[in-house]
Design a binder for this molecule. Structure first.
Ligand SMILES: Cc1ncc(COP(=O)(O)O)c(C=O)c1O
Length: 414
């Protein structure tokens, strides 16, 4: 039953926007109708501070079942010993991980934000940069890949308590074994933030960090295609500390409706089809990157091994912000992004970050991705040509119509 016309109008418009446009924001995806349905249930009413079997409120027998399902499934999915599925977001998963494995003020070495790292890996205005002593490694100037010798040299010089592997805008495979050996050599804990690649790890399209990391954090809503949220994986001794770091440490009551949606998403990721999905995500990104390069656009590091690519638009005389706006005007959504050694400020940037997870979910294949890359190149080559924009808008509209996200619709109270 709907009574709030104003809010529902905006919700409906957003659902329609997602159907109409092609989503290339690398950190987004389209969760299944079942995952979305779970979030619109009576579980949102329930307070459940604590953990299954040890709650501070009565009436938790059913939400205990839900949280146990989510924890069991996610440990099975990643082959981990223990899990905490309560983080409201990736940032809160990271906060809990830091609290569990190091003390305030500890030295932490992570990937530089300017080279693809994340805000919660030491941005001065983020809690991480406020409460910990962050230092950063980057990518090389020529090849634009992480130089493990540089990581080792910095680790040897700094002797950090924690070494972090993981990024928001890095298109190459992360060598967890090499990170682990550096961490061991300098006596650091290895934390892997696999927020972006969790779905690829689950679908065996990227090596797993679990054999190497002391603690692994991730978001559930990117390549993993679940509800918006976070999770932490670790062995029992560390997860006990993560549990108290989350509650009572950094969060109050868990979002049980979201944890139910996580349980459903983990089940989906355990199904054999998910491996095929992860493989297609990587193929589609590769096809798009290759075509963009054929069309004269530079891809940072020369390509992609995963779902992400950074397109340098500076050579076309555009800023990342210009490119984001141009693509938005033809129904392609993406985000401006700094490229390594960028000379522009972050709100302008010289690149756009593109990702293949969401378009792969709606069914686009390699040929469609080549068409899409041509559309992108056409628009970026002729930014002021309205006839090109009109043709591309039409082509994107056709693609979007051919691959509806929710062909059966969504149960949203209409
Ligand atoms: C590597 C990495 N870690 C953490 C996060 C934080 O996730 P959230 O936005 O859910 O806090 C992100 C989000 O983009 C990310 O890319």
């Amino acid at each position: 039953m709907r009574t709030d016309d104003q809010t529902w109008a905006a919700i409906d418009a957003e659902t329609e926007r997602q159907e109409r446009q092609l989503e290339l924001i690398a950190s987004e995806n389209h969760a299944s109708a079942e995952v979305i349905a779970a979030m619109g249930t009576a579980l949102t009413n329930k307070y459940a501070e604590g953990y299954p079997g040890r709650r501070y409120y009565g009436g938790c027998e059913h939400v205990d079942t839900v949280e146990d399902l989510a924890r069991d499934r996610v440990t099975e999915l990643f082959g981990a010993e223990r899990a905490n599925v309560q983080p409201h977001s990736g940032t809160q998963a990271n906060m809990a991980a830091f609290m569990a494995i190091c003390d305030p003020g500890a030295t932490v070495l992570a990937m530089s934000l300017d080279h693809g790292g994340h805000l919660s890996h030491g941005h001065p205005k983020n809690f991480s940069g406020v409460f910990y002593d962050f230092h950063h490694y980057g990518v090389t100037e020529g090849e634009e890949v992480i130089d493990m010798d540089e990581v080792r040299d910095k680790a040897l010089a700094l002797r950090p308590a924690v070494l972090i592997a993981g990024a928001s805008a890095y298109s190459r495979t992360l060598d967890f074994e090499a990170f682990s050996s550096i961490a061991k050599e300098v006596g650091a804990k290895l934390m892997v933030d696999m927020a972006h690649i969790a779905g690829l790890v689950a679908g065996k399209a990227h090596p797993s960090p679990i054999p190497y990391a002391d603690v692994t954090t991730f978001t559930t809503h990117k390549t993993l295609r679940g509800p918006r949220g976070g999770a932490v994986l670790a062995e029992i001794d560390v997860i006990k500390k993560v549990n108290s770091a989350l509650f009572p440490g950094g969060q109050g009551g868990p979002l049980m409706h979201v944890i139910a949606a996580k349980a459903i998403a983990f089940r989906e990721a355990l199904a054999p089809e998910f491996e095929a999905y992860a493989a297609r995500v990587v193929q589609n990104a590769g096809a798009m990157a290759a075509r963009l390069q054929e069309r004269g656009l530079r891809i940072v590091s020369g390509g992609t091994d995963n779902h992400v690519m950074l397109v340098d638009v500076d050579a076309k005389g555009l800023s990342g912000r210009d490119a984001e706006d141009l693509l938005h005007s033809v129904e392609i959504t993406c985000n401006k992004n700094l490229i390594p050694y960028d000379k522009r400020p972050p709100m302008e940037a010289s690149g756009v970050r593109l990702g293949s997870a969401a378009i792969t979910t709606r069914g686009l294949g390699v040929d469609d991705c080549v068409t899409l890359a041509d559309c992108i190149a056409d628009v970026l080559e002729a930014p002021t040509d309205e006839s090109v924009a009109a043709r591309v808008r039409g082509a994107i509209g056709e693609l979007a119509k051919s691959y509806p996200i929710y062909p059966e619709g969504l149960a949203t109270g209409a």
